[in-house]
Design a protein around this ligand. Sequence first.
Ligand SMILES: NC(=O)c1ccc[n+]([C@@H]2O[C@H](COP(=O)([O-])OP(=O)(O)OC[C@H]3O[C@@H](n4cnc5c(N)ncnc54)[C@H](O)[C@@H]3O)[C@@H](O)[C@H]2O)c1
Ligand SMILES: [Zn+2]
Length: 365
Amino acid sequence: LAAPIELVLRHPGGACPILVGRGLLGAALEPLAAAVAGRTAFLVSSQQVRRLHGAPAVASLAAAARLVELDVADGEAAKSVREAERLWRAMVEAGGKRDSVLVALGGGSVGDLGGFVAATFLRGIRWVQVPTTLLAQVDASIGGKTGIDLPGAKNTVGAFHQPHLVVADADTLATLDPAELRAGLFEMVKMAALLDAAELERLEERLPDLLAGDPEALVPAIAGSIAIKAAVVEEDPYEGDRRRLLNFGHTLAHALEAVLDYRGLRHGEAVGFGMLFAIELGEGRGLPAADAGRLRALIGRMGLPDLPELPLEAVWEALGRDKKAREAGLSWVLPRGIGRAEITRDLPAERVRESLRGFLRRRGR
Ligand SMILES: NC(=O)c1ccc[n+]([C@@H]2O[C@H](COP(=O)([O-])OP(=O)(O)OC[C@H]3O[C@@H](n4cnc5c(N)ncnc54)[C@H](O)[C@@H]3O)[C@@H](O)[C@H]2O)c1
Ligand SMILES: [Zn+2]
């Protein structure tokens, strides 16, 4: 297997190396061993992920550190106050110290919880991300946003805490549900579409291989997406407008997910619909028809499920639920062309509502 691709994300507190490649977990990776050497390492994962990919990680870590394995709930259920408290307590009991290190092995849920617990335990300890979903490798593990949910309120408690190291092993994706793979691909399209025309072209070319989960195609594409996100985060680590460009497709996506109570539509799919809607709004503000058509075609090739029939009023209400959003006007990330975007808060509400009415009618089954 080829040597991993090495990227670096520079941030106010230092620099985070990001390794992308194949067979990294089983390879007694030197940077991973160095990150935990001589320390207590808490390996945080879910049972599901541990069963599939725990063994090589455990072997590598146990050779270098005093290893303590801790399981949390699988999926979004990991991101709760209860799971955070269980981890804090278990870490105190197991003799966790300021120089302990937490290793999060799993999707974005395990990463967001693990990072939050690392940010808060003894006011912050070192942590390493080993993302095992495509979405986590290209998006959630990059940029230092960590957090948990309150009932009915996603990501409401959290912290910025950059990992010490990220290890993205594309071979772990072989066990992923194809629909999860596709969900991650929507986020990759999101980043390339508005920020990097050359990367978008590569995604267009390699799409069939990527959808098929070919690791040789995935490795450079994952590295390409990480490079885009890392550059944006370096410029804007605490999320001003630059980093908000990464929210392309997310204004409508969050509303759709809320109306559907986070069931029946994957986040990445909701982002796919959200991008289609933003493209439509963008056309009204000068996005060339050829560029709009090209973005639509790519999203179309990825295959979106049918959107359940949703009442306009419910979606409209969910869009404006946030009081701040209502007062300041909704914020939309709109494409201006391939690789170019704007953030606007001055779209007339009536026009957005009319577009949304048509969109839901055309897309609903
Ligand atoms: N911090 C950030 O910047 C950021 C960015 C984007 C998303 N997120 C968060 O990420 C979370 C979503 O992450 P996700 O999409 O990775 O989902 P997830 O972590 O909930 O995992 C989804 C499912 O995939 C399974 N799984 C994980 N790795 C697997 C593998 N290799 N093979 C087979 N199954 C595997 C898990 O067991 C789980 O059931 C959300 O909570 C979202 O808010 C955070
Ligand atoms: Zn997203």
